[in-house]
Design a protein around this ligand. Structure first.
Ligand SMILES: Nc1ncnc2c1ncn2[C@@H]1O[C@H](COP(=O)(O)OP(=O)(O)OP(=O)(O)O)[C@@H](O)[C@H]1O
Ligand SMILES: [Mg+2]
Length: 271
């Protein structure tokens, strides 16, 4: 399969993440087939696709948590390892957080600092100040002493981003961070990501099922259903040819305008 990247920024030598002809499978069945995927500095890449399409598996490969059977993976210029993971702020795909989670908002951000400090270090006054600075960047400093479990979905999302930023990453990897968050909070969240991209040069690789939001806010979109059917400009992502390949023939999209795609059918196995 040939590369599907249709929009390549000028500074291609600065590629942060480069997957070349990657194949990954479980129990004799391919989950990812011949994936060519790139992420450049200061860009937001959205990954969309049906349940079971291989999105989390792709993120695990970038994080070095899973190793593909074939192909090459370069993250910050070398195969992913512990060192590259320290430069990635990662938010895993989570179910709704436990309301009884017995830590404060400040504690959650301090946990993110352990990466930088080393797991057995105790956070000192400086690290608390750093954590408060991060909370103020996501407008959550007033909630520093609130138990994390009682926050709303959108507030938790902001605190989790502050935690992910604590290790001063070059790259944020987010697996469905908007699940359960209303559209206003989601818009605020994308603005926050754009601010980190614009002011700190941070790149974001983000999985989402909200195709409308991703096509509006990402710089590039990757459409994944075992194969990467599209990797490029959001504006030309949803031609019927690509949506059929990604979501199957029987899907229905409601398109209000080119940037608002609101409905699609679930995964249809294309094997
Ligand atoms: N460790 C594993 N062992 C066996 N099969 C696995 C493993 N991890 C993932 N899979 C399978 O790989 C396929 C892709 O899973 P993955 O979690 O990457 O999908 P996804 O696109 O993230 O889906 P969702 O949108 O539901 O989160 C699924 O069929 C899943 O069952
Ligand atoms: Mg997933």
């Amino acid at each position: 399969m040939k590369e599907t990247d249709t929009l390549t920024p000028k500074n291609t030598h600065d590629v942060l993440v480069d997957l070349h002809d990657v194949w990954m499978g479980y129990d004799g069945k391919w989950v990812l087939k011949s994936i060519f995927f790139k992420c450049y500095p200061s860009e937001i890449v959205g990954i969309v696709g049906p349940n079971g399409g291989g999105k989390t598996t792709l993120l695990n490969i970038i994080l070095g948590l899973a190793r593909p059977q074939k192909g090459s993976v370069q993250v910050f210029g070398h195969p992913p390892d512990k060192r590259s993971r320290l430069e990635i702020g990662y938010l895993p795909q989570v179910s709704h957080a436990d309301r009884s989670f017995p830590v404060t908002v400040l504690d959650v951000v301090l946990m993110g600092l352990y990466n930088r400090l080393g797991f057995f270090s105790r956070p000192d006054r400086n690290s608390k100040k750093d954590a408060m600075d991060l909370l103020s960047q996501v407008h959550m400093e007033e909630h520093a002493n609130t138990p994390f479990g009682v926050l709303s979905g959108g507030q938790k999302q902001r605190v989790n981003i502050a935690r992910a930023l604590a290790s001063k990453p070059k790259l944020l990897v987010l697996d469905e961070p908007s699940t359960g968050v209303d559209s206003v909070a989601q818009e605020d969240f994308y603005e926050l990501l754009a601010m980190f991209r614009n002011e700190h040069g941070i790149s974001v690789i983000m999985v989402s099922h909200d195709i409308g939001a991703i096509t509006s806010h990402a710089d590039r979109v990757a459409c994944l259903n075992r194969q990467l059917h599209y990797h490029g400009d959001p504006d030309s992502c949803f031609t019927s040819d690509i949506t059929q390949k990604v979501y199957g023939k029987e899907h229905k999209f409601i398109v209000h305008d080119p940037k608002c795609v609101t409905c699609y059918q679930r995964h249809i196995d294309d094997d």
